[in-house]
Design a binder for this molecule. Sequence first.
Ligand SMILES: [Zn+2]
Length: 329
Amino acid sequence: MNDEDYMREALALAQAAASRGEVPVGALVVRDGEIIGRGFNAPIGESDPTAHAEIAALRDAARRVGNYRLPGATLYVTLEPCAMCAGAIMHARIARVVYGARDAKTGVHGSVLDLFAVEKLNHHAVVEGGVLAEECSHSLSAFFAARRAAKKGRPAPVAPADSSPASAAPVHIDISLAAQTLSLLDAGGTLLARYPVSTAANGPGECADSGCTPRGLHLVRARIGAGLPANTVFRARRPTGEIYSPELARQFPERDWILTRILWLSGCEPGRNRGGKVDTMRRYIYIHGTPDAVPLGVPGSHGCIRMRNADIVELFDRVAPYTRVLIRD
Ligand SMILES: [Zn+2]
C-alpha cells in the first residue's frame, strides 16, 4: 500500500466520525507496512476535548505495541494536525506525518504556525501535506454543508461528482441487519450487487460470547479459501478436507457449518468493535458460505454473516484485503 492507499483508509475512518455527527477526521499509524493504530475524531461523543483522530490512533497503536514511543512509524491523518496533536506526535517519536487537507484555523504545519520546524523542540518528524487533499477537504466541506442544511431544515445538497480516477476506486460492503442484505458498492456509492444474508439469531451486539452480530465500520482482515471448491468445510479457518453434503450434516447435526470462503472481519472503531471485550476479529466474526438448505433473509447465525455458496464465491473475487465493511441496524 502507498501513501494514497493509507490515506483512503484514513478517509474511511473520517466517514465513521461523520456518521456520528463528529467533524470527519480520520487517522492511522503504520509501521513496517502494518496498520497498528486507527482513530477518528470523537470529542462530542466522548465529551473529551483531546479526542482528536491523531490522539485516538496514537493511543490505539501504543496500547497495541505496549510502548508509548512509536519510532519509525508514520501517522496518516486527513487534516493538518493541531498544536495538541503535534505535541502528541512528538512525544510518540513518530518519524513521519502525512496529512490530507490544510487547516487554516488550527493547522500547525505552516497554516497558523509551523511547530514541526521549531528547532528548539527536541523531536522532528518529516511532514508531508496534500496527499488526497481534494478528497479530504471535500469530505469536510460536504459534512459542514450537510450540517448547515440540516440546521435550516433543508435537504443536504447533492455531493459533486467524485473526481478520483475510477481505476483507483475500491469497492465497499454495506450490510443491513434489518433488511438481511449485503450490498457491494463502488467508491461513488453505486450498487454493484446485492445478496441475501443471515446474521445473528440473537440480533445486533458487540460483546464477546453474546452470539450477536457486531455493528459499525470494519475491514476485511483476511480472505480465506481462494480457489477451493464450493462446500469446502472449514474449522478454525482451515479446510478440513471434507465437502459438505446432507449426509455429512446428518452425521454431525451439532456442527456450525462454515463453507466455501471466509472473509474475516476486523473492527475499526476502538471501544465499539475493536479492542477488549468488543473486538470483532478476536470474536472470529466472518462473512462465510452456509449450507444451501439454510434459510437466508432471516437472522439465524451465532454472530457471523452467512451467505449462499455461489454468492460468497462471486463476492470474494471482487473484494480485496482491507475492503471496508459497514454493518448497520
Ligand atoms: Zn488535533
